[in-house]
Design a protein around this ligand. Structure first.
Ligand code: C2E
Ligand code: CA
Ligand code: CA
Length: 553
């Protein structure tokens, strides 16, 4: 580019009028240092000065201390002829004395002798363009999309590490949403402070952060993941409150021909695989992950065959529930099992969501209810106070005939309604709170009890309880897993017990496996316990032999 000063000026005017952003020029950046800035930029960041050479110093003063080094480093490497391009996101103080994120891109031009003659660039105020996340102050998902697309256009090698906080809702649940927001902010700031200059972090939806790494090194993402998760595995204190969290992480390196939508799909599938494999770890994306989809389609077909074949392959198992104080048998939970020739036993954690994806949950759900009521009929003869807990998917509640169906089943069996407990998993999909409330009421009017299952893992458990009161709350087993080391989990259980007892709700704790865990929970005034320590799910015949021949566990 060989332009006269006049040409440069008119070019500059044309750019300023046609581009969305602040265009800046610096002629002879290493000698005369003639800087041209648009008046809007000068005003917005209070840069006015009689001496154009002062612009740089003023600008540097406006930059956030934590970002200055990164900024200077990037400039230096451009002038050292390492790169012609400069592209950086950093925070700057505007005239309202607020931090705003800006993205600055610049290009350095040389004359034939290799002397820099023109630095031209453009500054985008990201805050103004709705690209900032207001909770964490980080860039948001729109900025992520743009940045990734840009890198792809420039054909730069990039990798994305997606971090999802495991069970973040516990924090919202135990404290408040506002506190949850503060935790997100703290985590965002921490992640940012651990990043090298080739990486930037974005707040995605909810409890998710994406880290975009340009020119990633071998194992770089995994090292970063370990650094972050190690930092949070110990309890943290914020505003006088304690919390800890674990992360699930998936990493994907973009391949040639990938589109942004491919990236989103791969990250979504990948993070689900990490969650299904027990959360709290890091995986590099593998193409096989996409085959989960194929297995899913095949399982759906096989499940349908089973149902049409008179529920062949389906069976109920029963797990004992005991009184927390005396450890005497209270009843059992009916748990569905399914196996097929091709895949053998398939976990309910895998096949139930498949049934729920289709209408199959309706017929299987009815079958479960009928079988469990029938078993209960036989067992109450031996043990009259026996209660049978039956899982009912929230989707079954949408069937207007379901309440009537339960009624008929119990009438036919001739047992008391009090012997049946309907367990419903609270779920973020329960959007129709009114419907839930009505169904709960009609179940309770008949005389059955309602248990809210997996309490603490769902969307807004305490809130939901207020809207649709239950008789029993079942605290999910993940709260027992670290109970010996983790005071967060035990305080969660204590708070839930206390709140529930105040309004006359009983509490059952699931997942107690070891005597040491039992010792920790024994002072928590729980009502019932269900866990491997007292018995695993067994086939009906075994359950009868083990627990009902004598009546005690
Ligand atoms: P859930 O209703 O929370 O059932 C309790 C699960 O915790 C069962 O897993 C049980 O085996 C397991 N469990 C009980 N005590 C312990 C323990 O001490 N340690 C450990 N590690 N696990 C323990 P399972 O049988 O794999 O069932 C998984 C889920 O599948 C159930 O969770 C429930 O959501 C769903 N499910 C099972 N049967 C049915 C059904 O008939 N209908 C519906 N809609 N869902 C069902
Ligand atoms: Ca259950
Ligand atoms: Ca449960």
């Amino acid at each position: 580019m060989d332009m006269s000063n006049q040409e440069i000026d008119s070019f500059y005017q044309a750019m300023c009028n046609s581009v969305d952003g602040y265009v800046f020029l610096c002629k002879h950046p290493t000698s005369d240092y003639e800087v041209i800035l648009p008046p809007e930029l000068v005003k917005e960041f209070e840069l006015s000065s009689e001496y154009p050479t002062r612009y740089f110093d003023l600008w540097l003063e406006r930059i956030h201390v934590e970002d200055r080094e990164k900024y200077i480093g990037a400039l230096e490497s451009m002038f050292d002829n390492k790169t012609k391009m400069f592209c950086l996101q950093y925070r700057v103080l505007n005239r309202e004395k607020k931090w705003t994120w800006i993205e600055s891109r610049a290009f350095l031009n040389y004359d034939e002798n290799g002397v820099p003659i023109l630095l031209a660039g453009i500054i985008h105020d990201l805050g103004k363009q709705n690209r900032l996340d207001h909770i964490t102050g980080l860039l948001n998902k729109y900025a992520f999309r743009e940045a990734t697309k840009q890198k792809m256009k420039e054909k730069l090698p990039v990798g994305v590490l997606l971090l999802n906080i495991d069970d973040f809702r516990h924090i919202n649940e135990l404290y408040t949403q506002t506190f949850g927001d503060s935790v997100l902010r703290a985590i965002g700031t921490y992640i940012q402070s651990r990043l090298d200059s080739n990486a930037s972090v974005y707040r995605m939806d909810g409890d998710e952060f994406a880290i975009l790494i340009t020119n990633p090194q071998e194992e770089e993402a995994e090292r970063l993941f370990k650094k972050i998760s190690n930092h949070y595995k110990n309890q943290k204190e914020l505003q006088g409150k304690r919390y800890y969290c674990t992360f699930s992480g998936i990493y994907y390196e973009m391949e040639e021909g990938n589109t942004y939508d491919d990236l989103v799909r791969v990250l979504k599938v990948g993070i689900n695989v990490v969650k299904r494999k027990g959360k709290n770890h890091f995986l590099r994306f593998e193409p096989e992950f996409l085959q989960y989809k194929e297995r899913e389609l095949e399982l759906l077909e096989l499940l349908r065959n089973s149902i049409e074949n008179d529920f062949k392959g389906f069976e109920l198992n029963f797990q004992p529930q005991v009184y927390a104080d005396s450890k005497i048998l209270k009843g059992a939970e009916a748990l569905l099992r399914w196996s097929c020739e091709k895949y053998g036993k398939v976990s309910p954690v895998e096949f139930i969501p498949l049934l729920e994806k289709t209408d199959m949950i309706q017929s299987v759900g009815k079958w479960v209810f009928q079988q469990a009521v029938e078993m209960c009929r036989r067992w109450v003869c031996l043990y009259p106070q026996f209660s049978m807990s039956i899982n009912v998917s929230y989707l079954q509640l949408f069937d207007p005939q379901f309440v009537e169906f339960m009624h008929t089943c119990i009438e036919k069996a001739g047992i008391h309604y009090q012997n049946i407990i309907v367990e419903i998993t609270e779920s973020k999909f329960i959007s129709d709170k009114e419907l839930l409330k009505r169904v709960f009421e009609s179940i309770r009017e008949m005389g059955m009890k309602v248990a809210m299952d997996d309490f603490g893992t769902g969307y807004s458990s305490l809130g939901l309880l207020k809207e649709a009161p239950a008789d029993i709350v079942k605290i999910d087993k993940i709260f027992v897993r670290n109970i010996k080391e983790n005071s967060f989990d035990s305080s969660f259980i204590r708070v839930v017990v206390e709140l529930c007892h105040k309004v006359g709700i009983k509490v059952c704790l699931e997942g107690v496996e070891e005597t040491e865990e039992m010792e920790v929970v024994s002072e928590m005034e729980l009502d019932f316990i269900q866990g491997y320590l007292y018995g695993k799910p067994e086939r009906a015949e075994t359950f009868y032999q083990m627990y009902l021949n004598h009546g005690t566990v």
